[in-house]
Ligand binder design. Structure first.
Ligand SMILES: Cc1cc2nc3c(=O)[nH]c(=O)nc-3n(C[C@H](O)[C@H](O)[C@H](O)COP(=O)(O)O)c2cc1C
Length: 212
């Protein structure tokens, strides 16, 4: 089994990286392959709202001059997905949001490709905006019908400069517990999926809040 993580911080080895790797250590201890893809230092433009991914049905975003399509395939190959972001202005940093909008939209209208995979999110913050950013990351996982492990608190750790999150003992515990719970959930799903009737996806109803 494998989990692919996406680090939305411009800083590879900052506090988000530390949080992701703390989760990853527990996954690796449980025999699960863990890799981190660095998103936050790339140049990724936002969704063009062109609908090309809906029309083409080829698991791709039509904007093909960056890494987003490769990362969609990495997500497809993985059993679990871990999203990590620092808090920038009480939200997801722009590069990470551009990636998530494009990748999750293309993946959701093609299949849906991420359905029933395990998905979790972690956040690093100096002071405030942590829970709002965690909530925003969870929107992608939930819309994609992913299955979410939890920890013993919301998945947020605190620090300003790279490395400071190491001193947040509670934050580290949150990430550790998340890693253990994620590994357990991955194994339970793998053990059970051949014994329990799958739930088929429903065709999506879009009412756009229009009422007669
Ligand atoms: C542009 C920018 C905006 C930020 N906005 C916030 C904020 O709204 N709230 C906060 O508490 N910290 C904010 N921070 C601090 C980061 O969230 C904090 O340093 C975090 O640990 C960075 O994680 P990283 O080391 O993975 O990059 C901001 C940092 C930057 C660079």
């Amino acid at each position: 089994m494998k989990v692919v993580a996406f680090n939305g911080s411009p800083r590879k080895d900052g506090n988000t990286g530390f949080a992701l790797n703390t989760v990853g250590e527990e996954l690796k201890k449980a025999g699960i392959e863990f890799t981190v893809i660095h998103v936050g230092n790339k140049t990724i433009r936002g969704c063009a709202a062109c609908g090309g991914c809906v029309t083409n049905q080829n698991e791709r975003c039509v904007i093909a001059n960056d890494e987003v399509n490769d990362w969609i395939q990495k997500m497809k190959e993985a059993d679990g997905i871990l999203l990590g972001a620092p808090v920038h202005y009480a939200g997801i940093p722009g590069t990470m949001k551009s990636f998530l909008d494009r990748a999750f939209f293309a993946a959701t209208v093609n299949g849906p490709m991420m359905r029933n995979k395990v998905g979790a999110a972690v956040v690093a913050v100096r002071r405030s905006g942590g829970v709002a950013t965690f909530d925003s990351l969870n929107h992608y996982l939930m819309y994609a019908e992913m299955i979410m492990p939890t920890s013993n608190y919301w998945n947020v750790t605190h620090g300003l400069q790279p490395g400071e999150a190491i001193k947040d003992e509670e934050g580290s515990q949150i990430m550790r517990v998340l890693g253990k719970n994620m590994a357990w959930l991955l194994k339970v799903l793998a053990a059970g999926k051949d014994h329990v009737e799958p739930v088929l996806p429903e065709a999506k109803i879009l009412t756009n809040f229009v009422r007669d």
